[in-house]
Design a protein around this ligand. Structure first.
Ligand code: 1PR
Length: 527
């Protein structure tokens, strides 16, 4: 019997799915006494430290939780579920943690590395523990901006370290109480195996395969993207355009079924899957039950992060009922998304920001980041090049370009568009990225209408300019045609991830071939 402490603050559907996929039944904690009745307790913390503690307080869970932990009963914390075991966090300075482990959780300090630490890294296991039986340097999925550092006060808890600029505690354990900073439920088969070790209560300890002296290595991510829409026959299909035009001879191109393709990419080693509901700008996504069903069913079988985008904005339905962008995002998260991506609405938000000179707390970005955390908010940018002869010809951020314009122009700026590239706006990709980061976005998905579907390679000038302007991770997208293009994007820009669609859908370049090539070029990837 596994008890899940889901305190209703975010998506724990993936944790549920992972436990169920391993064959266990879950009981939900619904009142304080349930905590003391639990045989094994899983606490997948979500959102901010302060919000998590406040929620536990309001539900009356803090005292029973402290009693449960003091009795050394089986406990497994994930992410914030690790952090709340400490005294406090820099994230919410006035809020006390559970105080089981001495010390404070701190933010990663500014460095060359993007914050959040989002992606695949490995761990250095410091001592033997059944939890890490069979673990052999494989990568696990992390997403967090705050971390616990090893100190003499927490020495007895230190189980594993990971390096991201600094070494931090990726796993702690004392007796029957364990917690991990990574997400086993999103770490593919390696993560499921680790979760299984806790669930089975296996005590036999195998010798560790790790050496304590090495450092861990953060991987570049390879993401498969599925552009999804309903075709003229009314079926939900994966499609793919050339420069955003998805029709061929008048018909919407049909490249497969969303769930089957997502599963295929998971099995082939995609580090993340992104669904873009590309016509959601004209429909209301909450009425799109097939799309929500795709998400639900995918999350039952795909154990890497899932992002969904399309139509995240406020909406009033035909009966006059108002839905906020947060309501739309809630439904996506409840259906199994780990991150949501905002396209058109982000451009309109930035326009308002530029008029006023600040945000007012009401935008989709701000609302969703407040509830689900920055790491859950991705901004999808759909820019198109606008060529100029001189940087003085525009107020926008320009780059000097080696791909000259139609009249030999040597400069260009990157104009943001809305509604699937249909409408250009007076905002450039660099200012959009910077302002969205300020408003609370945790990642940028950077497309290029010029390169989309061309197979001509990523727009390195665009990607370098945007990545240099922000401190959050950037996903390079559009134009991948060969394995060499992935090496180029990581060699010539600081992008954290690269996304492709067409070459994967058409079986032209397998994901494994991309990763093998990157490794041959000395770029770290998840095997
Ligand atoms: O504006 O919040 O409703 O979100 C709509 C989302 O749908 C946006 O993220 C937007 O990028 C996407 N979208 C809208 N129309 C299209 C279209 O193609 N007609 N797809 C579209 C954008 C771009 C990439 C693509 C890469 C890689 N697709 O995601 O997968 O360019 O392709 P490639 O490797 O084949 O070159 P909102």
């Amino acid at each position: 019997m596994i008890s899940l402490l889901d305190y209703g603050a975010g998506n724990v559907r993936s944790v549920r799915n992972a436990i169920q996929a391993l064959g266990y039944t879950i009981t939900d904690i619904t009142c304080p006494d349930d905590i003391l009745r639990a045989e094994k307790l899983i606490f997948p913390g979500v959102g901010a430290f302060g919000a998590a503690m406040e929620r536990l307080q309001n539900l009356g869970y803090i005292e029973p939780l402290k009693e449960y932990l003091a009795a050394n009963r089986p406990f497994f914390g994930i992410c914030i579920g690790l952090q709340v075991l400490f005294d406090s966090s820099e994230e919410s300075p006035k809020v006390a943690g559970l105080g089981l482990i001495s010390g404070q959780i701190n933010r990663f300090t500014a460095s060359q590395l993007a914050v959040p630490h989002m992606g695949w890294n490995d761990v250095r296991v410091l001592r033997e523990s059944a939890l890490f039986n069979h673990y052999n340097h494989e990568k696990l999925y992390f997403v967090h901006s705050y971390c616990a550092q090893p100190t003499p006060e927490n020495a007895e808890w230190q189980l594993a370290l990971t390096d991201y600029g600094i070494p931090f505690l990726s796993a702690v354990q004392r007796g029957n109480i364990a917690a991990v900073q990574f997400h086993p439920e999103k770490s593919g088969t390696v993560g499921l195996r680790l979760l299984q070790q806790f669930l089975s209560g296996e005590n036999a300890i195998e010798p560790i395969i790790n050496s304590v002296n090495q450092t861990t290595h953060f991987a570049k991510r390879i993401i498969a993207c599925l552009d999804v829409r309903t075709n003229d026959a009314g079926d939900l299909v994966v499609t793919k355009g050339d420069q955003y035009d998805v029709r061929e001879a008048g018909e919407v191109r049909n490249l497969g079924k969303p769930i089957e393709l997502a599963q295929r990419y998971y099995e082939e080693g995609a580090d993340e899957i992104t669904f873009l509901n590309i016509t959601a700008f004209r429909d209301f996504p909450l009425e799109d039950q097939p799309m929500l069903e795709v998400l639900r069913r995918t999350s039952e079988r795909v154990f890497v992060p899932l992002t969904i985008g399309g139509g995240i904005r406020s909406f009033t339905d035909s009966s006059g009922k108002y839905y906020s962008a947060l309501n739309v995002a809630d439904e996506y998260f409840r259906s199994g998304a780990d991150k949501v991506s905002i396209g058109s609405d982000a451009v309109l938000t930035v326009e308002r920001y530029l008029e006023r000179g600040n945000g007012d707390g009401t935008s989709a970005i701000e609302q969703i980041a407040r509830v689900y955390g920055n790491q859950a908010v991705v901004i999808s940018i759909d820019p198109r090049r606008v060529y100029v002869n001189s940087p003085n010809d525009t107020r926008h951020y320009t780059v000097s370009t080696t791909t000259l314009g139609p009249n030999g122009e040597a400069y260009c700026w990157f104009q943001c568009t809305i509604n699937g590239g249909r409408e250009g706006r007076d905002v450039d990709a660099i200012e959009l990225a910077c302002i969205c980061e300020r408003l609370g976005a945790g990642e940028i998905l950077l497309n290029s209408i010029d390169r989309d579907g061309t197979g001509a390679g990523f727009d390195l000038e665009l990607i370098s300019a945007v990545r240099a302007a922000v401190t959050i991770p950037v996903i390079a997208s559009s134009g991948a045609g060969t394995v060499e293009h992935f090496n180029d994007v990581f060699r010539f820009t600081n992008a954290e991830a690269a996304l492709a669609a067409g070459i994967f859908h058409r079986h032209e370049v397998p994901i494994a071939a991309v990763k093998t090539h990157l490794r041959d070029c000395g770029i770290e990837t998840r095997v």
